[in-house]
Ligand binder design. Structure first.
Ligand code: G4F
Length: 309
């Protein structure tokens, strides 16, 4: 397996600690390569060297709020970066299957339930860039016969979720408040409804999409709605604390335009390759809170060792 990572002056592989292998490891099965979506020639060279069977295009500026602050950069990476990668595959002449990480953010203002036939109405520069990338994948399928697939994934979470997305921000804060190392949790809009699933199940769904005989587009979702407020309440409830004592509002976390409700219908994925989400709602909240309690406990007791690489 080969992975592409951006160069950083500090270590940036901690979220793949579980599978990371040092370059000196014999029988290595994971190879990481520095690259970037804006480096078109580098992508061509990498694809030519690696000759992948499958390419999972997950790279993006993926934070919706940040996309309002950096609309041009978001368009360059999330949108045009997809064009770079698709062209690089053609230039390297690699007959691979291509997965495009499309997003439920593309549905934006269109009311739920959302499925593969729902019109797009993005509400952020990020959503608009993803719509462009979605149609590019469809276009390369139709124009060049590429095995290009759009996975339209609703929010998928896990203990590895980045700390600035709302689920992890909440579960991490709850663990810290319970341990007495944080006083308050500041959030924006509590009324937004999301369809939160468990990321490992979604990754399996992505792989299944690329194992089909024909390329197509699929929604992955739980179909179970939950507000940000209900997610936070379940997290505080898990540690026996009253949410109202610790939760505060900060308008900085609100967006100029909000996506009010995302609730997916994954019936096509179920009918085609038997995929259905198992983990959602309060079970997902508790799983993430418990992981953050353990991570904090390891950190506070000095058991966490930063791995140098
Ligand atoms: O966790 P979020 O930032 O995720 P969002 O905007 O739904 O986007 C995520 O899911 C998409 C799939 O639908 C992906 F394409 C995208 O890359 C990303 O992974 O925010 C969820 C909701 C929003 O309505 C937001 O307004 O939570 C609300 N919220 C309230 N307070 C907050 C906060 N979001 C964040 N990040 N931080 C807050 O303090």
């Amino acid at each position: 397996m080969h992975g592409a990572i951006r160069r950083s002056s500090s270590f940036n592989t901690d979220r793949i600690d579980g599978i990371y292998q040092d370059p000196q490891t014999s029988d290595r099965s994971l190879f990481l390569h520095h690259t970037d979506l804006v480096d078109g020639v580098g992508l061509v060279n990498l694809l030519r060297d690696v000759q992948p069977d499958e390419v999972y295009h997950l790279a993006a500026q993926s934070h919706v709020r940040v996309s309002f602050e950096m609309p041009h950069y978001t368009g360059l990476t999330t949108g045009l970066g997809t064009a770079q990668l698709l062209e690089a595959i053609r230039a390297a002449d690699v007959p691979c299957r291509f997965y495009q990480a499309s997003s439920s953010e593309m549905f934006g203002a269109t009311p739920p339930p959302q499925n593969e036939h729902t019109p797009f109405h993005p509400r952020s520069p990020y959503g608009a860039a993803k719509v462009y990338a979605y149609w590019l994948a469809v276009n390369y399928r139709e124009a060049y016969g590429m095995f290009a697939v759009n996975g339209i994934l609703f929010n998928h979470e896990s203990p590895r979720r980045g700390e600035t997305f709302v689920t992890r921000k909440i579960t991490r804060a709850v663990a810290r408040i319970a341990a007495g190392v944080q006083d308050r949790l500041y959030l924006g809009n509590l009324d937004a409804v999301r369809d939160w699933g468990y990321a490992p199940e979604y990754v399996e769904g992505m792989w299944r999409m690329l194992q089909q005989d024909q390329p197509d587009d699929y929604v992955l979702a739980t179909g179970v709605p939950m507000t940000v407020r209900a997610f936070a309440a379940a997290a505080f409830e898990r540690v026996g604390l009253e949410m109202e004592k610790y939760l505060a509002h900060d308008a900085r976390y609100e967006r100029p335009a909000e996506v009010d409700a995302l609730i997916g219908d994954a019936g096509k994925a179920l009918g085609t390759f038997g995929w259905a989400a198992q983990v959602h709602g309060v079970d997902l909240v508790h799983l993430m809170v418990e992981a953050d309690i353990k991570a904090l406990d390891d950190q506070l007791s000095g058991r966490t060792i930063r791995i140098d690489r």
